[in-house]
Design a protein around this ligand. Sequence first.
Ligand SMILES: NC(=O)c1ccc[n+]([C@@H]2O[C@H](COP(=O)([O-])OP(=O)(O)OC[C@H]3O[C@@H](n4cnc5c(N)ncnc54)[C@H](O)[C@@H]3O)[C@@H](O)[C@H]2O)c1
Ligand SMILES: O=C[C@H](O)CS(=O)(=O)O
Length: 469
Amino acid sequence: MKHLINGEWTGADLEQIDVTNPANGAIVDTVPKGGKSEAKQAVDAAYEAFRPWSKLTAAERSEKLEKWHNLIDKHQEELATTMTKEQGKPMKESRGEIGYANSFIKWYAEEGKRVYGETIPASAENKRIFVTKQAVGVVAVITPWNFPAAMITRKIAPALAVGCTVVIKPATQTPLTAIKLAELAVEAGIPKGVINVVTGKSSEISAVWQDDPRVRKLTFTGSTEVGRTLMEGASKNIKKISLELGGHAPLIVLEDADLDNAAEQAVASKFRNAGQTCVCANRIYVAESVEKEFTEKLKVLVEQLKVGDGLDDETDIGPLIDSDAVDKVLSQIEDAKSQGAKVITGGEKIGELFLTPTVMTGITEEMACMNDETFGPLAPIATFKTEEEAIQRANDTIYGLAAYLFTSDIGKAVRLSEDLEYGIVGLNDGGPSTAQAPFGGWKQSGIGREGGHHGLEEYIETKYISLKI
Ligand SMILES: NC(=O)c1ccc[n+]([C@@H]2O[C@H](COP(=O)([O-])OP(=O)(O)OC[C@H]3O[C@@H](n4cnc5c(N)ncnc54)[C@H](O)[C@@H]3O)[C@@H](O)[C@H]2O)c1
Ligand SMILES: O=C[C@H](O)CS(=O)(=O)O
């Protein structure tokens, strides 16, 4: 496949990068290995396209986004198949992600028409003050491999809706979905240069975009480590930045929780995308008195999960993205076992990149799985004596993206949710992510929000006009 720069599908002449299927190692397709030159060409195109695109009315941009949304809906199965082949997630999850990704386009096609300004009473009788909101300009977008569609549309839907143009560098492992989304954007009539997709050398491409003053904003989703590097680079010319970074979610089960719901929601959170999501329950804290009952319920549900090729509609758990990911999970399992933890179910490697979903008990805070984002199908269960202890341990991390709390007491739910230092709290809910809500992290899990009306602000500059009459 080629990448998209200024409405042209180019790059066939460049060295190619193989895109492989993690389920079997087969080459799915290749993409251009773009670098500095292609990165600059993309900015040239986006800068050229910015003025005419931002000068359209919000309603005119909305129409284009609606057409794009409808085409994505029509091509959902094809997009989902591409996603499963390059990322590995089960087809049912890929279909779900295409729907989730498309919901941001739908939401911002509407929300972009509600970017309101304001008037402010002036302190002088011969003055009037008007506050206006305008598109920030050319936006650089760098996204991860675990959600090849949603992490792109969650950024570019609001950006395009308010009049920005974008240059996108999708993850090296999963560029094909991004390219197919761009193909449909072209078919929807989104003008050339508004969306540019450059595949290739990540650090080279991002260095060009960080240094180019025409790029007014960088929005990144990925690891905290890379986010830190990009934030340093953006500081050189005070480039606007938003960061959606790593997670390390605690899932707390109080003594009074509905244990059936808690176990079901823990599976939904932990094993979605084989545990490769930023909001996965990474640490499970269960009140001592209900640990045995909860663990048994969790074990029964986990053992029903089918491991296999994501193209098989029966599959619940696909392969991990690469061997490093598999090794990390296995090392966390061995580390926990060496300190006395027990494997209740799972812990087996199948083939090259498959791991059976794993539950462990006897977990303590010293273990690696309680300190590093696992990003794999491992559910470590630790116990606590008091709610205060659970909250203190849950908050004792540099991360602050998502947290989950299960209780039947509404007062506890409110009080403890307020004590959790996280941007997202799932209350008896293991799947809080939705286009209407402001997704984002506290502490070293990120800066800024994506989703809801908050997500628009990331792509807007505020101006006030003082008029002397
Ligand atoms: N907070 C969120 O919304 C969210 C969502 C998805 C994933 N994540 C996080 O992302 C991580 C997994 O994704 P990943 O492995 O793709 O992350 P990653 O940080 O390795 O890569 C993310 C993107 O950055 C690019 N990249 C890598 N090194 C770079 C560099 N030096 N300069 C410029 N670009 C560079 C990659 O090619 C990719 O496109 C996990 O930590 C996960 O928690 C967070
Ligand atoms: O992996 C990170 C994603 O943001 C998770 S979600 O699909 O938004 O829940």
